[in-house]
Design a protein around this ligand. Structure first.
Ligand SMILES: [Ca+2]
Ligand SMILES: [Ca+2]
Ligand SMILES: [Ca+2]
Length: 483
């Protein structure tokens, strides 16, 4: 209700012409029950000079007769919880009773549910379960839960949703800190990102206990990160935020100097990251750098990537998270709510190769790193010490996803493989055999061309030819005048 005139005003709201105790503000807000349907509301407002009666409004209460439904289920990153999402807010009593949930696997075996927490908005129930098997599918059957209507509507009997337990391996309580001698004294994150050393050549790497660069500690350079002594560098923190409660969250950063925050608001994969913050000025407090609210599910891992760039003086980055409406002091995300979840796999193994001697042979593989750190896997190719393939040694500088050698007969039947590594895991590929055939075909002359000054001739062959003898006098090359 809008009021115009000389204050102070004295307001009283009425329900069917009966004064409502305490309803003395310009607006009257309440939770209507179904029997309030048809009730007429009005207010009387007066000041020291006059009094007015507002128009009358009639309340129509639409009764909720719609049953809740099960929207989906999702397994937690620790493979020890799962969340079910309902179409509307659920009554606490039924929704938090573990007996109302049955989880089974494809073989029909039951996965025990020991406790249930309902989100503040009533729509997400997070179940603590017995340990789940990676990549296994589970079905959650829900019974006897109701919505919050005056006459509660039950969910359909045996409502079911399924989820697949995550393949990711979780390193709980850790995030990956990487520092780069990159970008000079610039305070802009771009100076690091555009440097050739980024992202694969950090000069310091450490798993730390949260999204807080102050927790990094270089034994060779005390005070570099716990204090401010390092200058002219950039750094990143990569890992996951694992919210303890389902609902709307806001993340915050505080950094010196420029900083950026990326997040996958849908899950653990770095491939789904979006930039939420790009902070140019140095040193703002958390409260000055909030993200938009993001809706998150308890126990899920959400990919987080923080970048900061130090010019000089102070240097740090911290990330905080708080639920919408939570007024508690902003601090870096607690260690209990962070982790680094990833899974390294070799999608395509190297294959056997047959080449003619004195030709290139290229071995390659495809490795995937799911979750955090995608693309950061490293490679080291190895060669067998003999043709039995029982012992392998590293090949110097063979650190890409493929390896090419110039094959000679001495390489015949040797084996080649790659060791692929991530922060959490090391996978060794299968070994591929190199077969080198003796060259029994003579070389073929592909082209002949003369130099610009007509004082030389270049001959191109279809293969590598032996270097000597080059003495023109021995008759290997004879120039003839066709006339
Ligand atoms: Ca309903
Ligand atoms: Ca510094
Ligand atoms: Ca600084």
């Amino acid at each position: 209700m809008g009021v115009d005139g000389i204050p102070p005003y004295f307001i009283q709201w009425y329900s069917n012409n009966v004064a409502i105790p305490g309803a003395t503000n310009q607006s009257y807000r309440f939770q209507p029950l179904r029997y309030a349907d048809g009730t007429q509301y009005k207010a009387i407002v007066q000041n020291d000079f006059s009094s007015f009666i507002s128009s009358t409004g009639t309340l129509t209460v639409i009764v909720d007769s719609t049953s809740p439904t099960l929207v989906s289920a999702v397994g937690g990153v620790n493979r020890a919880n799962a969340s079910v999402i309902f179409s509307e807010a659920m009554a606490v009593t039924g929704a938090t009773n573990p007996a109302n949930y049955t989880i089974t696997n494809a073989a029909g075996a039951t996965l025990a549910v020991s406790s249930v927490i309902l989100s503040p908005n009533g729509k997400v129930a997070t179940l603590t379960t017995a340990p789940q098997t990676a990549n296994a599918q589970y079905w959650v059957v829900v019974n006897n839960v109701t919505d919050r209507a005056g006459i509660p509507n039950p969910i359909a009997a045996n409502s079911v949703a399924s989820f697949v337990a995550t393949e990711l391996d979780l390193l709980a309580g850790k995030v990956l800190f990487r520092a780069y001698n990159a970008g000079g004294n610039s305070t802009a994150v771009d100076a690091m990102v555009n440097d050739p050393l980024y992202p694969n050549f950090p000069d310091f790497t450490q798993l730390i206990n949260g999204f807080n660069s102050r927790l990094a500690s270089d034994p060779a350079n005390a005070g570099f990160y716990s204090g401010d002594t390092r200058e002219n560098y950039g750094a990143t923190m990569v890992g996951h935020f694992i919210p303890p409660i389902s609902g709307d969250w806001i993340l915050y950063t505080s950094a010196d100097d420029g900083s950026r925050l990326f997040m996958n608001t849908n899950g653990p994969s770095s491939a789904g990251k979006v930039q939420l913050l790009n902070i140019i000025p140095c040193c703002g407090a958390f409260a000055a750098n909030p993200t938009v609210p993001v809706s998150l599910i308890a126990g899920q891992a959400y990919y987080i990537e923080g970048l900061y760039k130090e010019g000089g003086g102070g240097d740090f980055m911290q990330i905080a998270a708080r639920m919408v409406g939570d007024g508690s002091t902003l601090v870096p995300i607690p260690q209990s709510q962070v982790g680094f979840a990833s899974k390294l796999s070799i999608a395509q193994q190297p294959t056997n190769i047959t080449v003619i001697q004195n030709h290139n042979a290229t071995f390659s593989l495809v490795a995937n790193l799911a979750g955090a750190g995608a693309g950061s896997q490293t490679y080291q190719w190895q060669r067998s010490t003999d043709t039995t393939g029982s012992v392998f040694t590293n090949i110097p500088a063979a650190t890409a996803s493929s390896y090419t050698l110039f094959a000679g007969l001495a390489d015949d039947q040797f084996q080649f493989r790659a060791v692929v590594s991530s922060v959490l895991a090391t996978n060794t590929s299968t070994a591929a055999i190199l077969t080198v055939l003796a060259d029994t075909d003579g070389p073929v002359l592909v082209s002949v061309s003369s130099a610009v000054f007509l004082d030389a001739i270049t001959l191109v062959w279809n293969e590598v030819i032996d270097a000597g003898p080059v003495d023109p006098a021995n008759g290997n090359y004879v120039l003839k005048d066709p006339a």
